[in-house]
Design a protein around this ligand. Structure first.
Ligand SMILES: Cc1ncc(C[n+]2csc(CCOP(=O)(O)OP(=O)(O)O)c2C)c(N)n1
Ligand code: SF4
Ligand SMILES: [Mg+2]
Length: 250
């Protein structure tokens, strides 16, 4: 009898990733988000005409292994760098890859002004509600009650203020043409998020204006939860405030 053929997802590299090796934590959602981003770029046949602008966070390690032209931005500045790249090279498809600390703390003004100006670029936000790379500190998107390294008793509205629900904020701006918020907590969520990425890039290719895809990603290390509990913890916390769905499509 033939042995069943077992496939591990790690053996199936997306076309635009040169190595499956990385040092992100087990259960991290960022590699999944990156995979569907790369698959989308490949499926749209635009690998050679795409420029990515990468922020600073755990996902930045992938800069070494992506087979796409990349520019490394300073923390939070990716939307402004992307603006410059797109204005100089309007035929390129330009995206940013940023975390919530990068986009919503360090660089909030960058993304808001880029969206308000209606720059024809696509921002991809990996939102895990913590500064993952530097140890799991609270960010502007951490939700009330969320334990982080700097809010061990849970985020307290009286003391820390309320989270910024960035996708909704950007959707209110006239210059934003497409805003979607998905996650990678389940196979269905991954499929829906991938469709959002395709729509965002199609929005840019139709020159309709700014697009944002926010992806809620698991960070079991920063959340102090067992690896396997990452998806359910996300569903009970971040996903209750940063509600998934298409927030704007023009
Ligand atoms: C100007 C500046 N401030 C702070 C840092 C330190 N720093 C590097 S990564 C990081 C956390 C990034 O968090 P986030 O953007 O949420 O990405 P994640 O690691 O969670 O994916 C910080 C604060 C830096 N590199 N530059
Ligand atoms: S700290 Fe969090 S975001 Fe960073 S690699 Fe680990 S699980 Fe992923
Ligand atoms: Mg983060």
């Amino acid at each position: 009898m033939n042995e069943p053929v077992l496939h591990r997802v790690g053996d199936k590299l997306p076309l635009l990733l040169q190595s499956g090796e990385h040092d992100l934590c087990p259960g991290c959602g960022e590699p999944v988000a990156l995979r569907i981003l790369l698959e989308t770029i490949a499926e749209l046949g635009m690998a050679a005409s795409t420029v990515g602008v990468v922020g600073i966070g755990c996902y930045t390690v992938f800069s070494r292994t992506l087979d796409v032209d990349l520019v490394q931005a300073l923390h939070g500045r990716a939307p402004s760098v992307a603006t410059g790249v797109k204005r100089m090279l309007p035929d390129k498809t330009v995206f940013t890859l940023q975390g919530d600390g990068d986009m919503v703390n360090e660089g909030l003004q960058e993304v808001l002004h880029t969206a308000a100006r209606g720059e024809n670029v696509t921002c991809v936000l990996l939102n895990n509600g913590v500064f993952g790379e530097t140890g799991g500190h609270m960010t502007a998107t951490s939700v009330i009650g969320q334990r982080t390294k700097t809010s061990l008793e849970g985020r307290d509205a009286d003391y820390h203020g309320y989270p910024i629900v960035i996708g909704d904020l950007i959707a209110r701006l006239e210059g934003a043409a497409y805003v979607g918020r998905g996650s990678v907590q389940s196979a269905g969520a991954v499929a829906r998020t991938k469709r959002m990425m395709r729509k965002a890039f199609e929005t840019q290719r139709a020159a309709k204006g700014f697009s944002l895809v926010e992806v809620l990603t698991m960070c079991p290390t920063g959340w102090f939860v067992p690896t396997a509990e990452g998806p359910s913890y996300m569903g009970e916390t971040l996903a209750q405030v940063h509600m998934m769905g298409e927030l704007k499509a023009r």
